[in-house]
Design a protein around this ligand. Structure first.
Ligand code: GLU
Length: 472
């Protein structure tokens, strides 16, 4: 922790529940989570649901599911902004009272006319301050029957500056900023205002969020200053671009993180991969969640956009699959086998995982590979039979079957030896036995190593299928 890092770090992830948790959101959450964990701080989840038209309970659930899948449980929350409306109203009343906010009775048409006028004069379109109280200024008479909005009294001059954790020093001239509306005519608070009150009340020390929020930050800083709150440190994360360097598209990444679960990616791999999108620890590509927490620092956050690379994600996922214990893989793959119509309990699934895991990139590929052992055997396709179970092949298979029946131990080694001995005895090369054997026991020409396949299928199954194949 640097000397400027407060004693208790408090970060938050503040999604708007207008859609699923996508990659960008998940990465923002991950960095906020990892930063809090690294500093033994507190990670807060806040659902920014004040946009009633776009927020849905399904989206809230999708966000919670995504975070849960990735193992990023909040220490506090979820808090819902819609449940905090009274608090926002209370702060607005206080600001009106203290003079840092004011009622504005200009109609939307009048404000548009002000903007138009500014535009015509070659200035930035903005509210002209008609209702802004100033010492010695007389305000216009309140128009009959009009409900006011509440505007924040933005400083008229000076510069709002912060040292962005990611991007370095950023400043905005206050003359660029409007007196923004903090409450609508019906009294409901607006987006930027709620964020400020929440960050203040929740004692957030570090705000990490997408750099699409940079323009909101000076406004939020000014409001927070007016409230007398302590400023958090802000860090704005650059975008994640698609493999083509364009905005993430539906084809690449602009989908729910849960889709990656559906496709057979491990949350462990996803976390590792997401962390590398905009953060680095030397040249390390593979690290555990614990290492990420141990190593995470904001100095190594990248200033430039990162690129989504599906091939690299596959590579990372394959690594985690290889490294995972067979029993754990079996536990995760079994439901996927069931979804394919297979019976995972029909086989020693741990052994199947051990056989397949070195060559799989996803859990779905493992499930598909395991179907060889988990689907009901429906016999041999007649075309395969006539091509591969020729009289010569059947003679070799018959010999193999009778020897196999007498094996004292049904092990991969014993089966490998028997295959070798059979090849020698008949003076043939491996395909002449391997292919008919696969067709006979599995109904397909290709399988993983046949000795291991026979071992896992088990003596009874193998001998029964060989016998059936020999009978024709
Ligand atoms: N609710 C905002 C969003 O989903 C984030 C606000 C913030 O992090 O300050 O983009």
């Amino acid at each position: 922790m640097t000397s400027s890092t407060p004693a208790v770090v408090r970060t938050r992830f503040a999604p708007s529940p207008t859609g699923y948790l996508h990659l960008g959101g998940a990465r923002t959450a991950l960095f906020s989570w990892a930063f809090a964990r690294h500093h033994k701080g507190v990670f807060v989840l806040r659902i920014e649901d004040t946009d009633l038209e776009r927020s849905t309970p399904e989206a809230v659930q999708a966000i919670l599911d995504g975070m849960n899948w990735l193992g990023m449980q909040p220490d506090e929350g979820p808090f819902y902004q819609m449940q905090r409306i009274d608090r926002y109203r209370e702060v607005i009343a206080k600001m009106l009272d203290e003079g840092s906010a004011y009622y504005c009775y200009s109609s939307p048409e009048e404000v548009e006319a002000m903007r138009e006028k500014a535009r015509a004069a070659g200035k930035k379109p903005r509210y002209d301050g008609t209702w802004r109280p100033e010492p010695g200024k007389t305000l216009p008479p309140v128009p009959e029957g009009r409900t006011p909005v509440v505007r924040f009294k933005t400083p008229l001059d000076g510069v709002t500056h912060w040292n962005d954790i990611v991007k370095g020093p950023i400043s905005f001239d206050n003359t660029e900023l409007d007196d923004l509306i903090i409450a609508r005519p019906d009294g409901t608070p607006t987006y930027n205002f709620c964020v400020v009150v929440d960050d203040w009340d929740m004692k957030i020390t570090h705000v990490l969020r997408g750099d699409d929020h940079i323009n909101n930050t000076p406004r939020q800083i000014n409001i927070l200053r007016a409230l007398g709150g302590e400023l958090p440190q802000y860090g704005h994360l650059p975008m994640i671009l698609g493999p083509d360097g364009e905005k993430l598209s539906k084809r690449h990444g602009a989908v729910s993180v849960m889709q990656y679960d559906d496709e057979g990616y491990l949350p462990e791999a996803m976390i590792n991969y997401l962390a590398r999108l905009g953060w680095s620890h030397g040249n390390d590509e593979l690290f555990s969640r614990e290492q990420l927490v141990e190593w995470f620092d904001t100095r190594s956050l990248s200033k430039s956009a990162s690129q989504w690379d599906p091939k690299k994600l596959n590579w990372v996922n394959a690594h985690y699959i290889r490294a995972m214990a067979d029993a754990e893989l079996a536990r995760r793959v079994a439901p996927r086998i069931r979804a394919l119509g297979g019976k995972p309990e029909a086989v020693d699934l741990d052994a199947v995982m051990g056989l397949l895991k070195d060559r799989a990139e996803t859990l779905n590929q493992l499930a598909e590979g395991a179907m060889l052992f988990c689907r009901d055997f429906t016999g041999i396709d007649s075309a395969l039979r006539s091509e591969h179970l020729t009289p010569e092949a059947l003679a070799v298979l018959a010999d193999f079957a009778s020897q196999a029946a007498t094996l004292p131990a049904w092990t991969t080694e014993a089966l490998a030896d028997l295959i070798k001995a059979t090849l020698e005895k008949h003076g043939i090369k491996m395909p002449k036995l391997g292919v008919p054997l696969r067709v006979a026991v599995a109904g397909q020409k290709q399988t993983p190593a046949i000795d291991a396949v026979l071992k896992i299928m088990g003596r009874d199954t193998v001998l029964a299928r060989l016998e059936a194949a020999l009978k024709g």
